[in-house]
Write a protein that binds this ligand. Structure first.
Ligand code: ADP
Ligand code: MG
Length: 451
């Protein structure tokens, strides 16, 4: 039996690939063939379930080539080191093995009680993400699996994820909701490897009802963590469990992330949080001010202060919040009304760094959005006019609005040569002379970038 299995293993390693083989098939031991079934001992229930679901066909084909034609596989769970003639001592029939239920606190990160739907201000830039988050939080057959939220720093991804978790947990008190950052996922994974508790790690993750992984771009380039994430992801999706992922950019744009992961991440619903608008910023400031005022009713805010902040602090909501917090601290210490002058003085440093510095990233993003092409096409090799022209416009704006040199710009456009950038810039300059719609486009883009 061992000999046949040894031969089969060599072939299986070829057909399923070394990773799958090492992970799933190598831990098995063939113990007997009876009643048309090949009997294996597997170290855990999880492995046998997985193998049965994913590799049964491969295994039966290989066994049959080696003279053991069987119709199905059977698994006993127990020590695979025992005698090959019979199921190992202590083995119990598959199906009777209790799976461990993970204590959430062991794995996940705590949820911020302030990050609720109630505290989330909805506006044009985030309404779609908010609606999708609400829907997922309701549970039930939504079909957005995974929900992939992406957007720049401080636009509310983490807030929305926590809100989903709070809301879903309130509706499904017995459900296991696991929220953690991709960094924590990696840390737990490495720890499990070190402590040889990888099987526990796997089964704990696979026992949750909803898995939320924040800032998934972190695992790009970290190969074994990606691999593990991929398996966890697939196992949960196969079981119809909800997954929510966030990242700072769309799956296709995350460098160093395996293609198969990108494509799996793209299977559900992808929604982005757009940069905030003036209206949304003002809305957020008003809502946070109400919270402060509830605690300190005598605080006075001068006319135009919130508008001024919404206008001047455009980077992200976290900075906006920080500014407001500082203003209130200032006001309550000095017992003074917050006038526009007080605000300007107290926030001088924040306001200075928010003075608009346009960078190539912004330009590429805005231009890609404007012409409805993918951001990746800015760097990519496509030469079709509908992609090449916007790319040249972005090159032109980069030259005009930043202090970057041509070779530097070339590097940011997928490593192009500086002569290519020069050619692109000239082309747009020519078009500006003869094509009034180009003049208009450039003006609109500049206005958006300088806003
Ligand atoms: P991200 O995870 O996208 O970097 P966060 O979710 O951490 O951003 O948001 C940063 C801060 O801004 C948090 O304190 C969050 O509560 C707040 N915030 C962001 N968007 C909103 C919003 N629409 N309404 C209220 N607060 C928001
Ligand atoms: Mg975040």
């Amino acid at each position: 039996m061992d000999k046949i299995w040894g031969q089969a293993c060599a072939e299986l390693e070829q057909s399923v690939g070394p990773n799958n083989y090492n992970h799933w098939i190598k831990p098995l031991r063939l113990t007997a063939v009876d009643d048309g079934a090949a009997r294996f001992v597997s170290p855990t229930r999880f492995i046998s379930d997985w193998v049965n679901r994913h590799f049964a066909k491969d295994i039966m084909a290989v066994l049959s080539r080696n003279g053991l034609a069987v119709e199905r596989l059977r698994f006993d769970v127990g020590s695979t080191a025992a005698s090959p003639a019979a199921p190992a001592a202590g083995a119990s029939p598959a199906g009777e093995v209790a799976t461990t239920r993970a204590p959430r606190a062991d794995l996940g990160a705590p949820l911020d009680p302030r990050y609720t739907f109630g505290n989330f201000v909805v506006g044009k830039p985030n309404e779609l993400a908010h609606a999708a988050a609400r829907r997922v939080a309701e549970g039930g057959p939504v079909g957005f699996n995974p929900l992939f939220l992406y957007g720049g720093v401080g636009l509310g991804k983490t807030h929305l994820m926590h809100a989903i978790a709070h809301d879903y947990q309130a509706r499904h008190p017995s459900a296991q909701v696991l929220y953690l950052s991709a960094e924590q996922f990696m840390y737990r994974f490495v720890q499990a490897l070190r402590e040889s508790s990888i099987m526990d790690f796997k089964s704990m993750f696979r026992n949750v009802n909803m898995l939320m992984v924040d800032d998934v771009q972190f695992i790009a380039g970290k190969d074994s963590t990606q691999e593990e994430f991929f398996h966890t992801f697939n196992a949960l999706v196969d079981q119809g469990k909800q997954i929510v992922i966030s990242a700072d950019r769309a799956p296709a744009e995350i460098k160093g992330l395996e293609e198969r992961i990108k494509s799996r991440l793209s299977c559900g619903l992808i929604v982005d949080l757009h940069p905030t608008t003036y209206e949304l910023r003002l809305g957020i400031l008003q809502s946070k001010t109400e919270v402060f005022r509830a605690q300190q009713p005598d605080l006075e805010i001068g006319a135009g202060v919130l508008e001024f902040l919404a206008h001047r602090i455009t980077t992200n909501v976290r900075v906006l919040e920080g500014a407001l917090q500082r203003l209130f601290a200032h006001a309550s210490l000095l017992r003074r009304e917050i006038t526009l002058e007080v605000a300007q003085e107290c926030l001088a440093d924040i306001l200075r760094t928010n003075d608009r510095k346009i960078n190539i990233d912004d330009i590429q993003r805005k231009v890609a959005e404007h012409y409805n092409i993918r951001l990746a096409d800015m760097m990519g090799p496509k030469r079709a006019r509908n992609v090449a022209r916007p790319r040249q416009i972005a090159m032109y704006l980069s030259k005009q609005l930043t202090s970057r040199s041509l070779p530097e710009i070339g590097r940011r456009f997928g490593g192009r040569d500086h002569t290519t950038i020069m050619h692109g810039v000239r082309k747009i300059e020519e078009l500006l002379v003869e094509d009034s719609s180009m003049v208009e486009d450039i003006a609109v883009l500049k206005r958006m970038l300088e806003a």
